[in-house]
Write a protein of this length. Structure first.
Length: 51
């Protein structure tokens, strides 16, 4: 179960980074900031679950 959670967190982080990049290309800075924050939190959560 823990492995699936870590995998899911990194998957969410990857999708959020892709969405943030798309928002940045379309000059939507608010959306980019929100998705970037989600990506950072998901990646940090995944790393902390690995430790």
């Amino acid at each position: 179960m823990s492995a699936l959670l870590v995998y899911g967190l990194f998957l969410i982080a990857g999708f959020a980074i892709g969405g943030a990049y798309s928002m940045w290309k379309n000059d939507n800075m608010l959306g980019m900031g929100v998705l970037l924050a989600i990506a950072v939190l998901a990646a940090a959560g995944g790393v902390l679950r690995l430790v």
